[in-house]
Design a protein around this ligand. Structure first.
Ligand code: ATP
Ligand code: MG
Ligand code: MG
Length: 419
């Protein structure tokens, strides 16, 4: 019976794409190309760069707004406006030049996006979605109101309320800043009541806006699901992946995740339900924890392409970047399923500052170039910094065992254990 159920679920996932009535998928294309809509992207980092790469294949014009003259997306974009995505005047000026406004980072000036939306500017996803997501506490409140399973959480305003949370949730306790968090910068762990005040100071004090989460020591693995929503509200989910973090930073992504189909279904259901509660088109990443007792809890959502979806460039019929463009300009969504049996994504993080860091990365890339199924992505960031995401390598192959063996070869080590 379980086999039957599994079969039904798998075929239902595949059919949801394949069985689309082709007549309802017809689109009126402009005379000279796929889309005449100029896509404006707030932010020009590696995600913006990979959006530009996908766009060039379809001759879609992507403009980026980024303060760095030589940001990763600059050279590949249709045009680059130098300015901050957090500067109201710059965002307003930028919006005038594009047909649809989207983001590659959620830490943008959302009040301006709301104002622009009222004036008729097309923002995808919607400003309301960015507003919820850019404040992690608001995000947790939103999802709890929509009955999405989450780790317990509580706002803290002073040492007294932090102690109360510690008494209730126990230690270690995860303290998070509500805003401007990425790559774990914005998280601090208190292992005991005594460590509370130093952890809070490390995050810049209570005035920064903090909340706590119950420690997920019960976590078995971290999972992620990329969910795409078109302008017609059609939703498609990518296969569930497993993410391995090192010091709070995404280190390796394995696709597909090595978990039972029931867990995959649960993770996909939670992800789809979470995204259904938000507004607007685009791809969204849903980060999840799998608990020892088989629960799937939502960690956080990103309203844009995400590190857990980089492998989709080589491993899926439609990459997350192409999918995001299709979604925001109003083209039909593409097939998210995998075209290779297995894929691994390895982040190239800065190991040293400056030249020594570049040298180490070059050596790794040199080895990757001779590994079958490996593709190198280098983001061309002007500065090498420790723990900075400088590029990634995706390895595809006929089985997870084989791609893992290839990664071990790349890293000059015996097994994947011990990260
Ligand atoms: P990202 O770069 O994904 O945006 P972030 O700075 O927003 O990262 P989180 O996703 O909140 O940070 O946390 C980073 C990592 O820290 C998680 O992937 C997980 O490994 C760990 N973590 C987060 N929350 C908890 C928790 N409640 N219990 C245990 N570990 C946690
Ligand atoms: Mg985050
Ligand atoms: Mg995260």
């Amino acid at each position: 019976q379980q086999q039957q159920k599994k079969k039904n679920w798998i075929s239902c996932c595949q059919d949801s794409f394949e069985d689309h009535d082709s007549s309802s998928r017809k689109v009126d294309l402009p005379v000279h190309g796929i889309s005449e809509t100029i896509v404006g992207v707030l932010g020009g980092g590696q995600l913006g760069r990979m959006l530009c790469q996908a766009a060039s294949q379809m001759a879609i014009k992507v403009m980026v707004l980024d303060p760095l003259k030589n940001c990763p997306a600059s050279a590949l974009s249709y045009s680059h406006m130098v300015g901050s995505f957090d500067d109201s005047a710059a965002v307003q000026e930028f919006a005038k030049r594009c047909g649809v406004l989207t983001v590659e980072i959620e830490h943008v000036d959302v009040a301006t996006l709301e104002k622009l939306e009222q004036e008729g500017v097309d923002c995808q996803p919607k400003a309301s979605t960015i507003q919820i997501i850019q404040d992690k506490y608001l995000q947790k409140l939103h999802f709890s109101q929509h009955a999405i399973p989450l780790p317990d959480f509580m706002q803290i305003d002073d040492l007294e309320s932090a102690k109360t949370a510690g008494d209730e949730f126990g230690y270690p306790l995860m303290i998070k800043s509500k805003k401007l968090a990425y790559d774990g910068r914005g998280n601090a762990v208190a292992n005991s009541k005594e460590e509370l005040s130093s952890a809070v100071s490390a995050l810049g004090g209570f005035s920064r806006g903090l909340y706590v989460e119950k420690w997920a020591s019960f976590v078995k693995v971290e999972l992620a699901v990329i969910v795409a929503r078109g302008r017609d509200n059609s939703i498609l989910c990518y296969p569930v992946v497993e993410t391995i973090h090192r010091e709070n930073i995404c280190h390796i992504v394995k696709a597909p995740a090595d978990v039972p189909w029931k867990i995959k279904k649960l993770a996909t259901d939670v992800a789809q339900k979470a995204i259904s509660s938000l507004e607007g088109a685009g791809v969204f990443a849903v980060e999840l924890f799998l608990t020892r007792d088989g629960q799937v809890l939502l960690n956080e959502v990103a309203p844009r392409p995400h590190n857990s979806g980089h492998h989709t460039i080589e491993a899926c019929f439609t990459s997350q970047f192409e999918q995001h463009l299709r979604a925001v300009v109003g083209l039909p969504l593409g097939d998210p399923s995998m075209k290779t049996p297995a894929a691994l994504m390895y982040n190239i993080l800065g190991e040293e500052e400056g030249e020594p860091g570049f040298y180490l990365a070059q050596q790794l890339i040199g080895r990757a170039l001779s590994i079958p199924g490996a593709t190198v992505h280098w983001y061309d960031k002007p500065e090498m910094r420790k723990q900075r995401k400088m590029g990634h390598i995706t390895i595809v192959g006929p089985s997870m065992g084989i791609v893992e063996a290839r990664l071990n070869l790349l890293l000059n080590r015996e097994s994947l254990d011990g990260q």
